[in-house]
Design a binder for this molecule. Structure first.
Ligand code: ADP
Length: 757
């Protein structure tokens, strides 16, 4: 079994690297290993001495919410040489390090692979030059290496998302939103340059998430007259009433001849051809900075834990792998494959083979590109044909991203010549004939708006006014419905379908889109709005941490979620809380007793703040207030206890990039499926969602069968598997655990780590 492991960050920094280091360190300590932190990337590994230090449980406290990497990162030319790597091997040998976890981009992973494959060569040379290390060399036949993808560009194969991408995307989307308001005031056109030298993912996703007018990325094949197309499109949109336009350009975008494109020259073309004011904003390094998003923190925790577990649980495997996440599952891919495929795409782009490069980026990239290209058009490709309309509605408690789902689903339908009507407040609009005509150019601006512009107020009328609904379906020639909402909306649609025998008008296809911050809907691993709510909670907990001061304080933070523990559990993982009380697992007196004694021990061992997340429905009787009073009574004035109920702030604000893209993907899928059903004269009712990373659907009845009806949540919930990580990564764990692993290690440096520093 591996006894000593080292972890480092290398290459360009990315938000979430700290969270990944924390997960690696704590999981390794928890499983009895000794851990070294290597400071300044390969430079530190090569120079050794104080740059390779044992890390304890508390050394990775309070780093989760910090951007960048506390270990530091550097570029190291010397490591590219055989001699440089041999120095690194000596440092590794001297400390008895048996496994190395490297968090970085393709350069860093290449370095890690080389180190592992050249290991024997280096150790033999070292043994011949330094006979005193001969024994050590004999005990170290190989170096296991595990890579974690850390790159904001998302240019690594073997993972759908790299650590830092989601945070960077949120920065870009936030900046475009902010620029849009000033652009609209002055009727200006903005050019926004994003990072992404070899990969257009950030620009592509930001264009989708903001409804930008035009995009230029390395994977796009530009024909010779590309600027004419761009100018015509922007001009048409302006004449059709778009007050401002945003053009997103990736720093690696190229001319058809392969030469890099300058953002300034794009601005010049637009100014000269259209006579408009154009402003250029190069986003630069703000994209890398700041606290990691909830998604990046959870991803880092999952990958960090998986890297350590695989090293320990698969002792017979030669580990030269990268752990990544594909289709929402942690997978490992040989480093050689990751590096080779990632490089191949770069070569294809450089040689102008854009089609092949796009193909290798994967299906999701291709689908998103197709969607963005259709949405960038200045007007629908077809006029509304008068063959009927589709009604869009949003229902239940509002959730961020509903407007984004309406925007994309509606534009998909308008593009096929279908008239789209927004029903006010779910079914109320259909009952009262209050239907709003939705138009192409207005809708582009809906992507970032909070909540739903057509209203979500609960409409109990659906249970009474079927006659009026049927009359309006006839009157407005409604051929299909897209309903975006929570469980009540699902049930209302089911009720409508049950009334088909009495109302022939209801024999039209209906498609459901899951939107609920609670993430409690069937047929979708994630619901629109849940990522925004999670980030709102994590932001709040970060702020609560800042209030710690010098006192010892226990905080209980109550989240929404009804009978689904998604928000409380994921927030606990992302914000580094010590525990999550969930409705799925309930609360018991025996457990509370244990928690009280753990809490006391934790403060005794030097912790200053302990945070418990509690879902609002975790227990009917052991409420948040009860818990606060219980802990206060048991504190014996040794620590303070505070509780906070986050309430509706969780639902508010502009949707995150993740929610907008999710809304876009599911909304587009739902609209496409509805068009198909309408064409075939079908009256199916389908529930759409994201399953295993792909947009999928099933009949509504089947989806509802997957529900635990008594508790209003799906019977199977993927995130419950991650709950075990919460206590094993929690900050307040007694510090005794840091002594276990490296105490057994053979080197003096490892014993230093055992001393607990
Ligand atoms: P990233 O990991 O973000 O792609 P770089 O490409 O700059 O960043 O790589 C980071 C470091 O990894 C380099 O400074 C170098 O020390 C090491 N490295 C990169 N490529 C190689 C290589 N081909 N051989 C050995 N080491 C490499």
């Amino acid at each position: 079994m591996i006894k000593t492991l080292a972890v480092m960050t290398s290459g360009g920094d990315s938000p979430g690297m700290n969270a990944a280091v924390r997960a690696v360190v704590r999981r390794a300590l928890d499983r009895g290993m000794g851990v070294y932190g290597i400071y300044s990337g390969y430079d530190g590994l090569l120079r050794g001495a104080e740059l390779i230090k044992p890390l304890s449980w508390h050394d990775v406290g309070d780093v989760l919410q910090r951007g960048g990497t506390f270990l530091g990162t550097a570029r190291c030319e010397q490591f590219r040489s055989v001699e440089g790597r041999r120095r690194a091997v000596e440092n590794i040998l001297e400390r008895g390090i048996e496994a190395l976890v490297v968090i970085g981009g393709d350069g860093s992973l290449t370095g890690a692979l080389l180190l592992s494959t050249e290991w024997s060569e280096h150790t033999q040379t070292i043994a011949s030059l330094r006979p005193e290390l001969k024994e050590v060399v004999e005990r170290a036949p190989m170096l296991q290496v595990m890579g974690l993808p850390g790159s904001i560009d998302n240019d690594l194969c073997g993972t759908d998302m790299a650590i830092g991408v989601d945070t960077a995307l949120n920065h870009i989307v936030g900046a475009i939103d902010d620029l849009s308001s000033t652009a609209a005031s002055h009727q200006r056109t903005f050019i926004i340059e994003t990072m992404g030298r070899n990969c257009g993912y950030l620009s592509l996703a930001a264009t989708l998430a903001t409804g930008a007018s035009w995009m230029l990325i390395p994977e796009c094949c530009l024909e010779l007259h590309w600027h004419q197309r761009m100018v015509e499109c922007l001009d048409k949109a302006r004449k059709a009433g778009r007050r401002h336009q945003m053009v997103v350009i990736a720093e690696g975008a190229r001319h058809p001849d392969g030469l890099r494109m300058e953002s300034g020259e794009v601005g010049k073309i637009l100014h000269e051809k259209l006579g408009i004011e154009v402003r250029l904003t190069v986003l630069g390094h703000v994209q890398r900075g700041g606290p990691p998003s909830a998604f990046d923190r959870v991803l880092s925790a999952r990958l960090g834990v998986a890297a350590v577990d695989r090293l320990l649980d698969e002792p017979d495997v030669v580990h030269r792998h990268m752990v990544g996440v594909r289709k929402n599952r942690v997978v490992s891919t040989p480093l050689s494959e990751v590096i080779e495929k990632s490089r191949e795409i770069q070569t294809l782009i450089e040689s102008g083979d854009f089609a092949k490069a796009r193909e290798l980026r994967g299906e999701a990239f291709g689908t998103m590109l197709e969607l963005v290209e259709a949405l960038m058009a200045p007007c629908p490709s077809r006029e509304a044909g008068g063959e009927g309309s589709v009604v869009l509605m949003t229902g239940g408690a509002d959730s961020p991203g509903m407007n984004a789902a309406i925007s994309i689903a509606a534009r998909r339908l308008l593009d096929r010549g279908v008239q789209v009507l927004g029903s006010r407040d779910e079914f109320s609009g259909l009952v009262h004939g209050d239907l709003r005509v939705l138009e192409w150019n207005d809708l582009a601006g809906w992507m970032g708006r909070p909540s739903s512009d057509i209203g979500t107020a609960r409409s109990s009328q659906v249970l009474e006014d079927f006659g009026k609904i049927a009359a309006n379906i006839r009157r407005f020639n409604v051929k299909g419905i897209i309903a975006i909402g929570g469980l009540d909306t699902y049930r209302h649609i089911q009720r409508l379908a049950e009334m088909r025998a009495q109302f022939a008008e209801f024999n039209i296809p209906v498609v459901l889109v899951p939107a609920s911050i609670d993430n409690n809907l069937p047929g979708s691993d994630l619901c629109i709005g849940s990522d925004t709510a999670l980030n709102n909670i994590v932001d709040a907990v970060d702020k609560i941490r800042d209030t710690a001061g010098a006192t010892r304080r226990a905080f209980i933070v109550e989240t929404m979620g009804k009978q689904c523990g998604f928000l409380a559990a994921m927030a606990a993982l992302a914000a580094g809380a010590d525990k999550a009380y969930l409705p799925e697992t309930g609360m018991s007196l025996a457990e509370l007793n244990r928690d009280v004694s753990e809490l006391r021990k934790s403060f005794e061992s030097g912790n200053r703040m302990v945070i418990y997340m509690r879902n609002e429905d975790a227990s009917r009787h052991y409420t948040t207030d009860f818990l606060r009073r219980l802990l206060e009574e048991e504190s014996k004035d040794e620590f303070e206890v505070r509780s906070v109920v986050l309430g509706h702030v969780q639902r508010g604000g502009s949707p995150t990039a993740f929610d907008r893209i999710l809304a876009g993907r599911i909304g587009a899928g739902a609209a496409g499926a509805l068009l198909e059903l309408m064409k075939n004269g079908s009256d199916e009712v389908l529930a759409f969602g994201l399953q295993d990373g792909a947009v999928a659907s099933c009949p509504l009845s089947e989806a509802l069968d997957r529900m635990d009806a008594a508790h209003g949540r799906p019977r199977e919930q993927w995130f419950m598997d991650l709950c075990a990580f919460i206590p094993s990564l929690a900050k307040s764990r007694p510090c005794c655990r840091e002594t276990t692993g490296s105490a057994n290690s053979q080197t003096s440096a490892a014993k230093l780590s055992a001393a607990g520093r």
